[in-house]
Design a protein around this ligand. Sequence first.
Ligand code: BG6
Length: 472
Amino acid sequence: APREDHVIVLFGATGDLARRKLLPGLFSLARAGLLPPRYRIVGSARSAVTDDEFRRRARDAVAEFGTAEPTGEAWHEFAESLSYGSAEPAHPQPLLDAVATAEQTIGGHPRRLFHLAVPPRGFTPTIGMLGDTGLAGNARVIVEKPFGTDFASARALDDAIHTTFDESQVFRIDHFLGKESVDNILALRFANGLFEPIWNRDHISHMQIDVPETIGIEGRAGFFEQTGTFRDMIVTHLFQVLGFVAMEPPTSLAAKQLRDETTKVFEAMPPVDPTQVVRGQYRGYRDEPGVDPGSQTETFVAARVEVDNWRWSGVPFYLRSGKSLGQRRQVVTLGLKQPALRMFALDPSLACAMSNNELVIDFDDPGWIAARFLAKEPGATMRLTEAAMTFRYADSFCTQCALAGYERLILDAMLGNQSLFTRADGVERLWKVSGPLLDNPPPVQPYDPGSWGPDAVHRLIAPHHWYLPDGR
Ligand code: BG6
């Protein structure tokens, strides 16, 4: 647990992210004994809310989205730590008062941690206010994704941040990097002699990073219309996972060394080619409340990208994510090249799904890894069939003890460890890589809710096939 006392200020405290992830996540950390010995959590947003009302909202959020009921001593203690102070950049006084009260309650000089769970346009004014009021002092700041909406806005945001904060105080959060099984990609690759030797263009024919979701936009029309799936999921979560899958061995897991390596991956990515991107929109999206009836915002993206370096040259990386699809999954699939000589006749039904071996990493909590291969079916003839070796987190470890992505990262921020946070140069490079697509997006193609996106996704990946939905 962090040893420094903390005042955590949650901007966007009345919003969706605070309700779904941040307040339940903070309560989980409290129950696990992973908050500092003395802490206070100050909620803030534009609207005026009383402390009691904020506590009620937090309790409802934990009841709906948390892993433990908001009852008993643990809840009582946590609820006691909550207070609220509204803030608008021009009217920060209620927040200043709430922070001062929280600090007096703790005593001494607690560290301030600001979590900016606000839409992208709210970042700069909030940071300006933190600078002007002197709150920024010894603080750290967690900035939510998407970090900017293109290269110019990300650069402007970095400039604005650096007028108030030193880079060592800045924690750009991408909660996929806090997921146990994404972190485990580093262990899988660099702690074992079994996998890394084949982790390159000599053995791998293609990669897939597939994150279909069943949820729609869940009433977030305002956010989603301005953002779309490319900015919400691809340029952030999927590219960051790609960074872990594709990086060279870092010399250590320290923040500089790890982020140097992911940044090198992003530097090796050629600009996204808009002809290698399928943008989709689920039928019915335009009827959602708050969505423009002629909206061209995409709720689905599939893209083919490359990493042009010695390890990956010529290996396509296929990425896919979308709302209202057939299944919720978070999967990386490494398709292995065929052996030099096929001496077995393959059952034609296997030829398509399993003509190659696959290493599959399912990184949705609690996660699993499977090596899929061909094996001889028992019997007098040499008949091959599908087989798998599977490691399941839930079978081997206490997954109750696992921290969710946000929990792990908020804890790391309190400890001052930036390793799993994104860095300005890497993020800016990803916006540069995305520039041609943002400037020239192909038209959105409709798809049916519950499907796997527009038909064009199959042409995009040919001659390979999407591992999902038929892979297990
Ligand atoms: C968020 C996106 O960052 O990630 C959401 O804004 C998406 O649109 C979510 O649904 C997926 O995250 P998780 O925690 O469900 O894996």
